[in-house]
Design a protein around this ligand. Structure first.
Ligand SMILES: *Cc1c(COP(=O)(O)O)cnc(C)c1O
Length: 221
């Protein structure tokens, strides 16, 4: 199957309120252009240098999402153009994004990444850290004007156990609902990848990040 066929199949299976982020990390520009020609405009990358190069080289109406782990010192490289940063997992990073957004006269939308997996290796905040950041931002609205926290992002444990994945998705959805009542900007729950996006949508995801099911398996060499 071609990229455009994969893309169309997935798009036609998504409910209207769910945004598809086509995850193009490691993939060449030609692949991205094929998806672009088929109508896709939202792409996700998780390496800063690769994202900057692709942004330079590809059509300017692409909405680029950063979905990886962002180091504070690299925020300035993507601040001029990035449209959503999915993986914000510290106040320090959020404040740096705010500073760089301000320099660019922009407001950058961000998602806070929550740790839901049963693994040490996945990044993310726990509930009390999440609460702390949201509280800090609300009390400092005048200082923190150039980032807008529009929701949450999470990644499930890498496992075949659907029940476990479902439990983790549901835990994030309930945090999302809880904090949404105090955060009017909350609208996005970024949850679900190639292997689990249907389950994620049934658990309340509004944004799925799909790579290999569109572009094929990645080759990291
Ligand atoms: C690579 C990646 C994806 C896409 O993974 P696939 O399994 O290829 O769909 C989604 N989210 C994040 C954070 C990623 O790094």
């Amino acid at each position: 199957m071609s990229i455009s066929q994969n893309l169309n199949n997935i798009k036609s299976s998504l409910p209207e309120h769910v945004t598809l982020v086509a995850v193009s990390k490691t993939k060449p520009n030609a692949d991205i252009l094929e998806a672009y020609e088929a109508g896709q405009r939202v792409f996700g990358e998780n390496y800063v240098q690769e994202l900057v190069e692709k942004h330079d080289q590809l059509p300017k109406d692409i909405e680029w999402h950063f979905i990886g782990h962002l180091q504070s010192r690299k925020a300035k490289l993507i601040a001029p153009f990035v449209s959503l940063i999915h993986g914000v997992d510290s106040l320090k990073l959020l404040l740096e994004i705010n500073k760089q957004a301000q320099k660019n006269n922009r407001v950058i939308d961000c998602l806070l990444q929550v740790h839901i997996a049963d693994e040490e290796t996945k990044f993310g905040l726990d509930e009390s850290e999440l609460e702390e950041i949201l509280h800090f931002v609300q009390n400092d609205k005048n200082e923190i004007k150039n980032v807008r926290i529009v929701g949450l992002m999470g990644m499930a444990t890498f496992t075949e156990d659907q029940n476990q994945i479902k439990k983790e998705f549901e835990s994030l959805k309930s945090l999302f609902d809880k904090f949404k009542t105090q955060n009017p900007d909350f609208k996005t729950l970024s949850l679900g990848m190639s292997g689990d996006y249907e389950l994620a949508i049934s658990c309340g995801s509004t944004m799925v990040r799909i790579g290999s099911s569109i572009f094929g398996n990645r080759n990291y060499n």
